[in-house]
Write a protein that binds this ligand. Sequence first.
Ligand code: FAQ
Length: 315
Amino acid sequence: MELKNLEQLFQQKINDDIKIEPKDWMPDAYRKTNIRQISQHAHSEIVGMLPEGNWITRAPSLKRKAILLAKVQDEAGHGLYLYSAAETLGISREEMIDQLHTGKAKYSSIFNYPTLTWADMGAIGWLVDGAAIINQIMLCRTSYGPYSRAMIRICKEESFHQRQGFEILWVLSQGTEEQKAMCQDAINRWWWPSLMMFGPKDSDSPNTGQSMQWKIKIKTNDELRQQFVDMIAEQVKVLGMTLPDPYLQWDEKKLHYHFGEINWEEFWNVVNGNGPCNKQRLHARKKAHEDGLWVREAAAAYAAKRNNKSSKVVA
Ligand code: FAQ
């Protein structure tokens, strides 16, 4: 069949909401965009374990430690589903990890900020997982089958993450003056970086147009960001706290919250490797990879031994 016809049939499937599966024909650019997005999403989950991992030994009680440990382990699981989903498009795990370590592949800007107090665990759960869920609920309907199916399970776990974050902040908001101040300080520091998670404004987003046409993205960066602001601006009232934006105001006509301008210079600075913790995060990932070499070698040797045994049995 001619390329043009293949492309038309492909787009028709997308328009009819038929999922694209690994062995289906797809345009090269569709494959590349999915590899880029899914692998960067996977890297975000894995690098995203670091800021919270930093607090596992310092959680204020055994119960808090167990919950945080489980959450960080969930993020590892999300990374693994996503690497597997990307592998179905023909890229190897090693190649993806190499792209992360050499700075060729991005990961979410949010994980380049430091976690300074226990309240940051609450702010990450509530705001960072909250932003991730808004984005990922949309991705449950993405056109690439393996990615959309991975998202369904991930979203279930992220909902628990967000609730546990909110609960940490709620307990602090009922506490002493010092605890209340710690809660407000964490919200102040994490608010703007959380808004940046949704990416550049639609007018500055080179990938949104094509990704919407292919239903890789079902909503634009600005639409999702607005949905997040509308949700959080209400939830913050329950905590008796405020968001650090003097322009935040309900717009009666638009039926949405109006909010102030994001510091885009800061956003691009962090995306381009110059945020507060970029170097530290990449160093930690590379070291973990190097330290894990013996595990990979042992697993490969064991698999080879088993293969050897089973081929002898068959013979
Ligand atoms: N950080 O044209 P667009 C989580 C890049 S998971 C860094 O708008 P696109 C769970 C973008 O890659 C969080 N880079 O791009 C968790 C592109 O560069 P490229 C991760 C960013 O792809 C919670 C360029 O800017 N979630 O948090 C960012 O259409 C707690 C132009 O941008 C996902 O990855 C950014 N914030 O839209 C874990 C969801 N924004 O690649 C642990 C899946 C943009 O051309 C603890 N991804 N860039 O060189 C997506 O939905 C999309 O990729 C967007 C960006 C919306 C992130």
